[in-house]
Design a protein around this ligand. Structure first.
Ligand SMILES: [Zn+2]
Length: 171
């Protein structure tokens, strides 16, 4: 695993929503795109957004172990079922490179925060730092504002509950 270089370099990992927003510098050598994201963009309507940047982009594929680590966390937070393979790659690269993930996807943002990976929104519509999900115990039904594996009261599993208009899960 590559160590985080702190303030020296700031690696930014882009997901597809970052390409939609175009709020980054493609010529920046510290801008990294997961191979699967690039593949997804090449296939779709966003192909044009690549322009001539295709050649300049730094393309990476995350290792199996970091992908598994992401999936473990996402399973715990309840985000795994809404994350695509591409999403997992984005977070896994954030982990491997000690970089910052740029995305508007709530599930990616959520998992990044739980894993201690820094995350910035792709669009100018800044999404509040507060996680919009709530968590609820499967046993005593107590609500929690932040993720925890087990309920403080009864020890049962805590699950994320989707609620509110801003919910963007891709089910
Ligand atoms: Zn409980």
């Amino acid at each position: 695993m590559i160590e985080s270089t702190g303030s020296e370099r700031k690696i930014i990992i882009l997901d597809t929503s970052a390409f939609i927003a175009r709020n980054f510098n493609l010529t920046d050598p510290d801008t990294v795109v997961p191979a699967s994201v690039l593949e997804e963009i090449r296939k779709g309507k966003l192909k044009r957004s690549l322009d001539y940047a295709d050649e300049m982009l730094s393309v990476r594929t995350p290792g199996k172990s970091s992908r598994e680590s992401v999936m473990d966390f996402a399973r715990k937070t309840g985000d795994l079922n809404v994350l695509s393979d591409t999403d997992i790659d984005v977070i896994a690269l954030g982990l491997e490179l000690g970089g910052t993930v740029m995305t508007d996807d709530f599930a990616i943002q959520n998992v990044c925060r739980v894993m201690g990976i820094s995350v910035i929104p792709a669009s100018n519509l800044f999404i509040s730092k507060t996680i919009r999900w709530t968590y609820r115990c499967t046993g005593c039904r107590k609500y929690f504002k932040s993720y925890r594996e087990k309920c403080d009261v009864c020890g049962h599993e805590v699950r994320r509950i989707s609620s509110g208009k801003r919910h963007k899960d891709k089910i």
